[in-house]
Design a binder for this molecule. Structure first.
Ligand code: PXG
Length: 301
C-alpha cells in the first residue's frame, strides 16, 4: 500500500498528496514544521514538539487552523493508516495559498500536512565508530534576523552549511554564530564532556552545551539529555563554547530527533578525546534510548 499523507483534513496516497504552486510555504519558505519520532507505539515528547510548533507559528503570526488536540488525533491516525509502530513524523504548517506577492494576509488559510515514514539519518556503524564533522564558513542565522529558535521552513542557512560540509568530505557541519562561538550543527545540537576529576564517577565530568540564545534551536532531544544528566547527577552547564574547547573536550556528541545521540570523534582534523565514542556519551545514549521506549503518547494500530 502506498504511504498515506494527511493534508488539510483528509488522507491521500503519496502520489496524490499535492499542494498548490502558489502556497507560500513553497514560494517563500513561509511556514513552520516539526520532526517527531514514534518508538514501539509511543510518540516521544509529542506535547513538547507541538508546543514548539505553536510557538514558532505564534512568532510568525501564522494561525494553525486546528487545535492541539485535533493535531494529535491527526498524527496518531496517520500513524495508524500507515501501520507504523516506529516512525519519523513530519508535521508541516505553511502560510497557505496566496498570490505572487509576499503579503501573508492574502493567504486565507494555512496548509497542514503530516507525513509518517521511516528514517535512518546515519548508518548504524557511525554510532559505534563516531562521526567526523567540519566547521563551515556559513555562520548560523543571527537571532536578531531569523531566530534559530523558530523552526521555520526556511532552512537555507542549514542547507548551505550541509553543502559546505560535504565539500569538505564530512556528513555534518559545525556552525558557529556571528561572534565565532559554537552554535549547533545543521540539524542537531552540540554537547561536549570535560573531565574535571579522576574520571571514576559521573561527578568527575561536566556536560556542556551552548545556551540557545547564542543561535541554536531549543532541541527537544537536547532538553531530554539535560534532564537525564540531572537525574544521574552528571554536572551540567550551559556555557559559551569555542572550537578550541571542542577540540580539547574528552567527548563530543550531537543530539536531534532524527540522529538521537551520535558521538563525534573528529572535528576539523583534530581527534576528540581518545578518538572513539566516550563512556559518558554511551551512557547518555543508553539512557536516552530507554526513555524513548518508556515515555510518550501511546497508540495502537
Ligand atoms: N538544530 C536544528 C537546526 C534542527 O533542525 C535540532 C537542532 C534538534 O532538535 P530536536 O528537537 O529534534 O532535538 C534540529 C532538528 C535532518 C533534519 O534531516 C533535522 C531536523 C529537522 C529536520 C530535518 O537532519 N532537526
Amino acid at each position: 500500500m502506498e504511504l498515506q499523507i494527511y493534508l488539510d483534513g483528509k488522507w491521500y496516497p503519496k502520489s496524490e498528496a499535492k499542494i498548490s504552486i502558489f502556497d507560500h510555504g513553497l514560494l517563500y519558505g513561509d511556514g513552520v514544521f516539526e520532526g517527531i519520532r514514534a518508538y514501539d507505539g509511543l510518540v516521544f515528547k509529542l506535547d513538547e514538539h507541538l508546543k514548539r510548533l505553536w510557538e514558532s507559528a505564534h512568532t510568525l503570526m501564522l494561525t494553525i487552523p486546528m487545535d492541539v488536540k485535533a493535531m494529535k488525533v491527526a498524527i496518531l491516525e496517520t500513524l495508524r493508516k500507515n501501520q507504523l509502530m516506529d516512525a519519523y513524523i513530519r508535521v508541516v504548517v505553511t502560510r497557505g495559498v496566496g498570490d505572487l506577492g509576499l503579503s501573508p494576509w492574502l493567504c486565507k488559510k494555512a496548509t497542514v500536512f503530516i507525513i509518517t515514514d521511516k528514517i535512518a539519518l546515519y548508518p548504524k556503524s557511525l554510532y559505534q565508530k563516531g562521526l567526523e564533522i567540519i566547521t563551515v564558513p556559513t555562520v548560523r542565522n543571527l537571532p536578531e534576523a531569523v531566530n534559530p529558535s523558530i523552526k521555520s521552513l526556511n532552512y537555507l542557512n542549514n542547507i548551505m552549511a550541509k553543502i559546505e560540509a560535504k565539500n569538505g568530505g564530512c556528513m555534518e557541519a559545525l556552525m558557529l554564530n556571528h561572534q565565532g562561538y559554537v552554535a549547533e550543527c545543521t540539524g542537531d545540537n552540540v554537547f561536549m564532556v570535560k573531565k574535571t576529576g579522576k574520571g571514576q564517577t559521573v561527578k568527575d565530568y561536566i556536560l556542556l552545551t551552548p545556551p540557545t540564545y547564542l543561535g541554536a534551536l531549543k532541541g527537544i532531544t537536547r532538553q531530554a539529555i539535560i534532564e537525564i544528566a540531572e537525574r544521574i547527577k552528571l554536572p551540567f552547564e550551559e556555557r559559551i563554547i569555542t572550537r578550541h574547547d571542542l577540540f580539547n573536550a574528552n567527548e563530543v556528541f550531537l543530539t536531534g530527533t532524527a540522529a538521537e545521540v551520535i558521538p563525534v570523534v573528529k572535528i576539523d582534523g583534530r581527534g576528540i578525546g581518545e578518538g572513539k565514542p566516550g563512556k559518558i556519551t554511551s551512557m547518555l545514549l543508553k539512557d536516552f534510548q530507554a526513555l524513548t521506549h518508556k515515555d510518550g503518547v501511546r497508540y495502537t494500530l
